[in-house]
Design a protein around this ligand. Sequence first.
Ligand code: 5GP
Length: 115
Amino acid sequence: MTNQETIFSKIIRREIPADIVYEDDLALAFRDVHPQAPIHILVIPKQPITKLADATPEDHALMGHLLLTVKRVAEQAGLSNGYRVVINNGSDGGQTVDHLHLHILGGRHMKWPPG
Ligand code: 5GP
C-alpha cells in the first residue's frame, strides 16, 4: 500500500530541511534528527511505501536498490568497521513514521538484543 503524506515526503520535496547525504532517482538518505549512534542515517524510497509489510512483488527491484543504497551510504560515511541496519515495521516494530525507512546505525559497538 502506498499512501499518505509524511514528514519524509516533505524532506524529499525539500519543503523542510534535512541533512541529505545521498540521492538518486529512487532513494534518498539523510541524517536522523534524533541520532541513536554517532552516525545515524535513514535511507528511504522516494515512492512512499508505508511500511515493509506493504511492499509488493512490484517493489522487488526497489527493495534491492534500497539495500545496496545502504551499503553505498555506509561506505561513504566511513563505516568500515561495521554498522547495523534496522527496519521498524508497524506498531509492535516501533515504527513512528509511516514511510518505509532503513536505519543505518554506526560509529559505536551495537548491543544485541535490541530493546
Ligand atoms: P522509526 O521509529 O519510524 O523507525 O524511525 C523514524 C525516525 O525518523 C526516528 O529515528 C526519528 O528520529 C526520525 N525523524 C522523525 N522526524 C524526522 C525529521 O523531521 N527529520 C529527520 N531527519 N528525522 C526524523
